[in-house]
Design a binder for this molecule. Structure first.
Ligand code: C5P
Length: 243
């Protein structure tokens, strides 16, 4: 079940894939009223640390912290607590860290939010990285079941652990909506408006297609970052998503 009440603006997440904090903060200042969240990934976080998250939230942007925690449950619980205290709205972990690790993240987020009177972030699982194909899964990781079944299995495991949903490729959205019951958030990158180039994304969907397939949140980077008029690009995307 998707989050039906989200407005187009709430659904749109801009990937802050830039190497300069001033550029990141400039994007937040320019687009915070039109973009639901800003994604801070490994690049920006490694360069500027948690302070970049504090500066984004202080200037009115909401943050999806895309650090994909994958460690022993105790360590992930502690990192999750810090993500809550940092004030992020969404963060994620790797489902391949296992049930106990995911439970530790979910429980820690809930307990920390209650303890400090903070909003509990949405906690998502990454199932199988989309850079991994069937061949890599079997030959390298020795996971023999079909990739799509593995994605479904890990999504259900994430739900059992108490996580809110998953990060999924556009091609997986419909399958996940069919196989995972109850409230479950699906956040998808690999979204390309018809007017934008595909860059290195291979199997894309347009924003309208991804939402129709059942996505709650869309992560979009380069179609906005590379646009001559970034605001116009965001507005075109919002129009495509519809209300
Ligand atoms: O520029 P683009 O719209 O392709 O950016 C998409 C963002 O989503 C990037 O930050 C990328 O790392 C991330 N991502 C992705 N595909 C995945 C998971 C994350 O493109 N499967």
């Amino acid at each position: 079940m998707r989050s039906a009440k989200l407005k187009a603006t709430d659904r749109l997440i801009l990937a802050l894939d830039v190497d300069d904090d001033r550029e990141a903060l400039g994007l937040v200042a320019e687009l915070k009223d039109a973009v639901g969240l800003f994604k801070v990934g490994h690049q920006l976080f490694t360069a500027y640390g948690p302070d970049i998250v504090r500066r984004i939230t202080a200037s009115g942007g909401r943050v999806f912290l895309d650090l994909k925690y994958h460690d022993i449950p105790n360590t992930v619980a502690k990192a999750s607590a810090e993500a809550v205290k940092l004030g992020v709205s969404i963060f994620n972990v790797h489902a391949l860290g296992g049930l106990d690790m995911m439970k530790a993240a979910a429980d820690s987020a809930k307990e920390t939010a209650e303890k400090y009177g903070l909003p509990r972030p949405v906690v998502l699982a990454v199932t199988v990285l989309t850079s991994m194909d069937q061949r890599g899964l079997q030959r390298e990781l020795k996971i023999t079941r079909p990739l799509r079944r593995e994605v479904c299995h890990l999504a259900k495991l994430a739900q059992r652990a108490g996580l809110d949903g998953v990060v999924a490729s556009p091609q997986e959205i419909k399958m996940l909506r069919r196989s995972v019951r109850g409230a479950f958030v699906v956040l998808t990158p690999g979204v390309r408006p018809a007017w934008a180039g595909k860059d290195d994304q291979k199997r894309t969907m347009t924003p309208a297609e991804a939402v129709a397939a059942g996505a709650d949140y869309l992560v979009i980077g380069r179609p906005v970052l590379k646009a001559e008029d970034r605001r116009a690009a965001v507005e075109k995307i919002l129009e495509e998503i519809g209300q």
